[in-house]
Design a binder for this molecule. Structure first.
Ligand code: PBG
Ligand code: ZN
Length: 336
């Protein structure tokens, strides 16, 4: 690069605390970038804090409006819905019911806040008694998820979410062929305009621990390594995303976030699609724990983390910090 050097050039000139520092800022976090994940739980009069996720709650349908109203008043544009049903079985059938927990939550939210974008997480691990992301089958290596048998069930669940009024379907199960199956299921039911946000590069991660408490979706045996990605693999992530794009994904996601910023950067650079990142439960728990002990400045670390996702290429950030971040953005905006 043809750049003058010291002492002609002093990088500090643009870092002074005058307004200039802000003018040369390359990336910005906006409230429009945020998606807030919500856990809807069966039963009534429930606002139960999730132990490993301080400040996050399981909500029953009759109290869901409390959190929806907060999201709306902070102008957060979208929520991601997870549901915990009252009964589970081998195949997670209840996940496809038109009056299932997610379907009812979607109806309720769209009625109360029609402008709020409602994204539904599409998977079976919350609905199966064994906690895996689809029905099981005996294989040479023991019990494993039956990939191909899961596909029509995913299409069925997607159509029920669509009928309830979901704005975006977000399949998170990492089944091969899931995007094509869901797309053709939605299309044949008439939902040709409903977008799919694929959890395209989802790694088998230790960072999902607190979420599995929150969604009661921990596998009762084994783990998800036969269908989620090996954290060592970056080239494979590009192939995963390429397949989902070819099958018709409208938006793609990288998950988890912080430990996978390189994947996020590569996915955005290569595919240039609207790209989401999931700042997952374990990442949230670490910040809350350290901040709770007074070891880090929570506000500063959260904003730095979310900005890092933007710098790496994220268009959307799914984060449990969304409410706090939105409040801080409002404060920052009115301070000057
Ligand atoms: C379900 C699902 C998981 C998360 C989102 N959807 C957990 C998993 O795959 O075990 C994790 C979210 C988080 O940790 O915040 N397929
Ligand atoms: Zn799952």
């Amino acid at each position: 690069m043809n750049q003058p050097v010291f002492p002609q050039m002093r990088m500090r000139r643009l870092r002074s605390l005058s307004g200039l520092r802000d003018m040369v800022r390359e990336n910005h976090l906006r409230v429009e970038d945020l998606v807030y994940p919500l856990f809807v739980y069966h039963g009534t009069n429930l606002k139960r804090e999730i132990k490993s996720m301080p400040g996050q709650f399981q909500w029953s349908l009759d109290r869901l409006h409390e959190i929806v109203d907060q999201v709306v008043s902070l102008k957060i544009p979208a929520v991601l819905i997870f549901g915990i049903p009252h009964e589970k079985d081998d195949t997670g059938q209840i996940g496809c019911h038109d009056h299932g927990i997610v379907q009812e939550a979607v109806r309720l939210i769209k009625k109360r806040a029609p402008q709020l974008v409602v994204i539904t997480d599409l998977c079976f691990c919350e609905y199966t008694s064994h906690g895996h992301c689809g029905p099981m089958v005996e294989t040479a290596h023991g019990l494993d998820v039956d990939n191909d048998a899961t596909l029509p069930l995913l299409a069925e669940q997607a159509v029920s979410h669509a009928r309830a009024g979901a704005d975006v379907i977000a399949p998170s199960g990492m089944m091969d062929g899931m995007i094509a199956a869901i797309r053709s299921g939605l299309d044949s039911a008439g939902f040709t305009d409903l977008p799919i946000m694929s959890y395209a590069a989802k790694f088998a991660s230790g960072y999902y621990g607190p979420f599995r408490d929150a969604a009661e979706s921990a596998p009762s045996f084994g783990d998800r390594r036969t269908y989620q990605m090996d954290p060592a693999n970056a080239r494979e992530a590009m192939r995963e995303v390429a397949l989902d794009v070819a099958e018709g994904a409208d938006m793609v996601m990288v998950k988890p976030g912080l430990a996978y910023l390189d994947i996020l950067y590569r996915v955005k650079s290569e595919f240039k699609l609207p790209t989401a990142v999931y700042n997952v439960s374990g990442e949230y728990a670490m910040i809350k724990a350290a901040a709770g002990n007074g070891w880090i400045d929570e506000r500063r670390v959260v904003m730095e983390t979310l900005l890092a996702f933007k710098r790496a290429g994220a268009d959307m950030i799914l984060t449990y910090h969304a409410l706090d971040a939105a409040k801080w953005l409002i404060e920052d905006g009115t301070r000057s």
